[in-house]
Design a protein around this ligand. Structure first.
Ligand SMILES: Cc1ncc(COP(=O)(O)O)c(C=O)c1O
Length: 552
């Protein structure tokens, strides 16, 4: 009798344990974003199934079912662009082409400027140069002497204008040239850098690395080391460098079993953080405030007009504060990855701008004063790389070039310059200024009945398309034709430097509008009641299926 009761109790306990596990697992599933970006493993499996197929010359100009007269307009516009690029920048194109056989970076970016179906034709017939040899003010110069406005911003490095960084680099060279590339011993300039970064971040310790990716690696490694927990939480769509530990989806072949990719700005995520015991840290990229849960908006994914963005500073600040509170309750390390937005939004970075305190912050890009860098700032108890009572259980981090004297000296110049009242004050109006500029551009786009709108978080802009089209990615070429230099991801991101004057902005606005008008006149935004985002996606699905049968 007693053994039977005991067995019942055991069963009941086991059932409760299993039920609890199921509930926790279900909670995790619920906290994943329904898009493929929220399901890394599935995205990778699907990526393996997507077949290559090409839209050749016969269909290139009417793959959306446009009539012959529109296809002709498009063809003539395409040929005009092609001629213009070749005539304007023959040397630049020739030099850029010379890298195409043996620099995989170039081969890759050339291939992924536009959706893969169109890539071969575009690559062959719409040659672009990607070499420059001078910068000044807000412009850069190609090898043929053409100056263009820089909307690419050197991946976010260029916050204050290239001349600012040239000065930092020059001063740096002057300051440490006697030492040269001595590594191991430090140049004394490092003391002031670490002290200033402590003050800016409000954290206790600082470590120097060579890239943003490495800074993130180190922050996550330390969080796991000190919490003794295995998992990192990153948010759907957020980029934190190319280390596979933060890139569990497409782009990385290694299976990562210690990363949870969860929905950002969502209570389901908070519930997971509150109930799981295996989470070491939460990694936040505040740039996602512009498009929570979506990947970086590259034009190679612009197959229709579904790109979305909407920025609400207050809502994002509230989200961060809620997240902060849950991390406090659960002993989860709250890491702000400010590699992109740090020193762009506020002197004290995203922490100050969104009024939230992190346990660790990573910086990079602009902080190097024009030279490569990654930095981790953190609380004393999180930054320590050994344990007093377990001398062999260390948390290793090195890097030959970390604290390189030239980088330290350029960073020092950067940190001094941003203390100047002109720069400190400029942060006060950062939203007001850039919102006004973006509103003005949007007004002009509306006035000209163009299906293009801009959304921004301060000086970081993204282009949205308001009418269904398969050809929005062509816009990047019309922008280039107007002397606007943009990065290989195309119209998804314009990174503006803060030395843009009102006159510069006026010219840029005129050119963006002129690019839109030219693209409109060349027929790329042809509309038909049958052409919807849904119908475009359906059509692409059929093309893929047809290509599978064709290849058999
Ligand atoms: C938020 C964020 N984290 C990390 C990185 C990686 O930095 P890096 O390219 O210097 O390795 C980037 C780069 O774009 C980034 O935007």
């Amino acid at each position: 009798m007693i053994t039977t009761i005991g067995l019942y109790i055991l069963y009941a306990v086991l059932t409760l344990i299993v039920l609890r596990k199921i509930i926790i697992r279900l909670r995790l599933s619920k906290a994943k974003h329904p898009s493929l970006a929220g399901h890394s493993k599935m995205a990778r499996r699907i990526a393996k199934l997507v077949p290559y197929y090409e839209i050749d010359e016969k269909r290139f100009f009417n793959s959306d079912g446009a009539p012959a007269n529109i296809a002709e307009l498009r063809r003539s516009g395409f040929e005009k662009l092609s001629k213009l690029f070749i005539e304007k920048s023959p040397n630049t194109i020739k030099h850029s082409e010379s890298l195409e056989d043996f620099v995989p970076d170039v081969v890759f970016t050339n291939n992924y400027r536009v959706p893969f179906q169109y890539s071969n034709y575009v690559k062959t017939h719409l040659k672009l140069g990607n070499m420059v040899d001078a910068s000044s003010g807000t412009q850069i110069k190609d090898l043929d002497g053409n100056w263009s406005y820089d909307l690419a911003g050197s991946y976010g490095v260029n916050v204050f204008g290239y001349d600012f960084y040239k000065a930092c680099m020059e001063k740096a060279w002057e300051r440490v040239k006697e030492l040269g590339p001595v590594l191991g011993p430090y140049h004394p300039v490092i003391v002031e850098n670490a002290t200033k970064l402590k003050a800016i971040s409000g954290l206790d310790e600082v470590s120097f690395h060579m890239s943003g990716t490495e800074a993130v690696m180190q922050a996550v490694r330390l969080a796991r080391y000190h919490t003794g927990k295995s998992h990192l939480v990153r948010f759907c769509g957020a980029y934190h460098g190319w280390w596979d530990g933060v890139q569990p989806g497409i782009g990385n072949t290694r299976v990562t079993n210690d990363v949870y990719t969860l929905k950002e700005m969502d209570n389901d995520t908070l519930r997971v953080l509150r109930t799981r015991n295996d989470i070491a840290c939460v990694l936040i990229n505040p740039l996602q405030a512009m498009h929570p849960n979506a990947n970086a908006p590259g034009d190679s994914l612009l197959i229709a007009s579904g790109r979305k963005a909407h920025y609400d500073r207050e809502a994002y600040a509230n989200w961060l504060q809620e997240l902060r509170q849950v991390c406090d309750e659960r002993g989860i390390v709250f890491i702000m990855d400010e590699i992109f937005v740090g020193f762009r939004l506020a002197y004290g970075g995203a922490q100050e701008y969104f009024d939230v305190k992190a346990d660790m912050v990573t910086y990079g890009k602009t902080l190097g004063g024009g030279l490569p860098v990654g930095v981790v700032c953190g609380k004393h108890q999180l930054m320590k790389r050994f344990k007093d009572k377990r001398p062999v259980e260390i948390c290793f981090a090195r890097g030959t070039f970390n604290s390189h004297p030239y980088v330290m000296a350029a960073m020092n110049e950067f940190l001094h310059r941003i203390e100047e009242p002109e720069i400190r004050d400029s942060y006060q109006q950062i939203d007001e200024l850039w919102n006004k500029r973006v509103n003005c551009l949007n007004d002009k786009l509306v006035e000209n009945d163009l299906p293009v709108r801009i959304v921004n978080i301060a000086s970081i802009l993204t282009v949205l398309y308001t009418r269904p089209s398969r050809y929005n990615w062509m816009f990047q070429y019309y922008l280039r034709a107007q002397g606007l230099s943009i990065s290989w991801i195309g119209s998804g991101r314009f990174i503006m430097s803060h030395n843009y004057t009102e006159e510069d902005i006026d010219v840029v606005i005129q050119r963006v509008v002129a690019a839109g008008i030219a693209m409109q006149q060349d027929g790329w935004w042809w509309q038909s009641p049958k052409l919807t985002n849904k119908s475009i996606k359906k059509q692409i699905m059929w093309e893929m299926i047809a290509s599978i049968f064709k290849s058999k």
